[in-house]
Design a protein around this ligand. Structure first.
Ligand code: ZN
Length: 94
């Protein structure tokens, strides 16, 4: 697992199966339809299949952490503050 600040990378292969709760039995599954291929390309979701019960569905490789939500709020606040200061400066020289 790699922590990069904003998101926490996880490996769905070690997750519990949502259907039978077996741990470590999820395997990557090939996208069968165009819709699944599009989802695979455009989203962090991928198709997974349970070896035990045959469950098949989407799992994500990324989860947002509490820390990442905090960081995002700080960044948004900083950007807003900088934008406000720049506007004030521009007003002064206009
Ligand atoms: Zn299962």
């Amino acid at each position: 697992m790699v922590k990069n600040g904003l998101v926490f990378r996880k490996n769905p292969l070690y997750e519990k199966c949502p259907s039978c709760n077996a741990v470590g039995l999820l395997r990557k599954s090939r996208a069968r339809s165009t819709k699944e291929k599009i989802i695979k390309i455009l989203t962090p979701y991928g198709m997974y299949r349970c070896k035990k019960c045959g469950w098949r569905g989407y799992r994500t490789k990324f989860i947002l952490t509490k820390q990442s939500v905090k960081n995002s709020i700080v960044y948004i606040f900083l950007i807003a503050a900088v934008a406000y200061i720049v506007l004030q400066i521009l007003k002064r020289f206009a």
